[in-house]
Every structure is written in structure tokens, then in C-alpha cells.
Design a protein around this ligand. Structure first.
Ligand SMILES: N[C@@H](CCC(=O)N[C@@H](CS)C(=O)NCC(=O)O)C(=O)O
Length: 207
């Protein structure tokens, strides 16, 4: 399996999950801005949408969307217990968190703040949105070590992969101590450290 990545992006999420699952994969770096594939080629011939992450399966199937990719990886390594069983209410709760990070946090807030064409005034609207979403996450983490309770799942990796963007958009996480503690807890996992190192430094300009 080939995982298309770019430093500083959501590809960190499946990268962590692959290492947690202990499954073999090849990481292929792309330039997020030019869409050049390291080693040659244009990424848009792989994923016409041009964004990462994307997972190319050995049979040629291309899977996009971080939330779908990490559930697929988790299901390939059930003994690692990275996602509850399909069809269970716990799995639906996991999907609710993955969707929360994708729609409410990533596309609904972080993405617009990163966008260079957006005014500072508009960015503040999206920082406000982050405030309500992080307040919700903070309340949940007051009573839960991990998002689904006592066990690490792909949802915790998703929280880490988006929350790491906070300093880059000048978003202050200090009002959310439970989020900060959870972020630090996930960041101490050897797989997370290894994924960060493998993804490499964020080029200038960042995403
Ligand atoms: N819906 C996608 C969004 C992925 C996404 O927005 N990736 C960003 C990096 S975090 C990207 O590659 N942006 C470049 C582009 O859209 O051209 C997912 O959840 O996986």
C-alpha cells in the first residue's frame, strides 16, 4: 500500500495509524503546492483532487478522505484495537468524532484560517468556531482519558493531527487544559514521534 503524504498536513493521521497498526506501507511525499511527487510525476494523475492523504491499495484502488483511510487501516489489523467493531454503537461514536475533526475542525475552521486569501477579520470568525469546538472537546476529555474512554483509537490520532496546527494559526489552546493534556499524552506515543519524523519538516510556505 502507498500512502501519499505532505509534511504539516492531515497525512500525519494515517501515518500514525499505519505505525499503530504495524502494517507495511510505503510513504510517498508530494509537494502540497506544486503537486509534484517526490521522485517524479504529478500527484493529480493519482488523485485528481490533488489533496492528501490518499491511499493506493495494491489492487489499484485509490482511497481518499482521512476518516475513511484510517478506518480501513484499523480494520486490517483488528488485534491492535484501533477502532471498535463495525456496526457497534462504539464504532458510530468513533465515526462521529472523525467527522467532527474533518468537518467542524479541519474544513470548518482550520482550513479557512490557513487560507492566504482570507482577511484577518474573517479568520477571527473561524477562531471563534474553534473556541466552541475545543470547549466541547475539553468537556468530553475532562472525564475520558481517550476519546472513546479508556482505549486509544484512531479518533485520538485525528485529534492530535489537527490540534498540532493550533500554533500555526495563532490559536491559543491554554483555555482547554484537558485538550492540552490529551494532546501531550498522544504526542508521547512512539508511533506519533516516528510519524512526525518520517513526514519531515514543514516546507516554507506551509499549507
Ligand atoms: N477531505 C479531505 C481533506 C484533505 C485536505 O484538505 N488536505 C489538505 C492538507 S491538510 C491538502 O492536501 N490541501 C491541498 C489542496 O487541497 O490542494 C480529508 O479529510 O482527507
Amino acid at each position: 500500500m502507498k500512502l501519499f503524504c505532505a509534511p504539516g498536513t492531515l497525512s500525519l493521521l494515517p501515518h500514525i495509524v499505519f505505525l499503530e497498526a504495524a502494517l507495511p506501507f510505503t510513504a510517498i511525499r508530494i509537494n502540497e503546492h506544486t503537486k509534484a511527487i517526490e521522485g517524479g510525476g504529478d500527484y493529480r494523475t493519482v488523485n485528481p483532487l490533488g489533496y492528501v492523504p490518499a491511499l493506493l491499495l495494491d489492487d489499484g484502488t485509490l482511497l481518499t478522505e482521512g476518516a475513511a483511510i484510517v478506518q480501513y487501516i484499523a480494520d486490517q489489523a483488528p488485534s491492535r484495537r484501533l477502532a471498535p467493531a463495525n456496526g457497534s454503537i462504539e464504532r458510530a461514536k468513533l465515526q462521529a468524532w472523525l467527522n467532527f475533526f474533518s468537518s467542524e475542525m479541519h474544513k470548518g475552521a482550520y482550513g479557512p484560517i490557513f487560507h492566504k486569501g482570507i482577511s484577518e477579520q474573517s479568520k477571527e470568525v473561524f477562531r471563534d468556531r474553534l473556541r466552541t469546538r475545543y470547549a466541547h472537546l475539553d468537556r468530553h476529555l475532562a472525564d475520558n482519558t481517550y476519546l472513546l474512554g479508556e482505549d486509544f483509537t484512531v479518533a485520538d490520532a485525528n485529534s492530535f493531527a489537527v490540534t498540532i496546527w493550533a500554533p500555526r494559526v495563532d490559536f491559543d489552546l491554554s483555555p482547554y487544559p484537558n485538550v492540552l493534556a490529551h494532546h501531550a499524552r498522544i504526542g508521547r506515543r512512539p508511533t506519533v514521534q516516528a510519524a512526525l519524523e518520517a513526514e519531515g519538516p514543514i516546507p516554507d510556505p506551509g499549507p
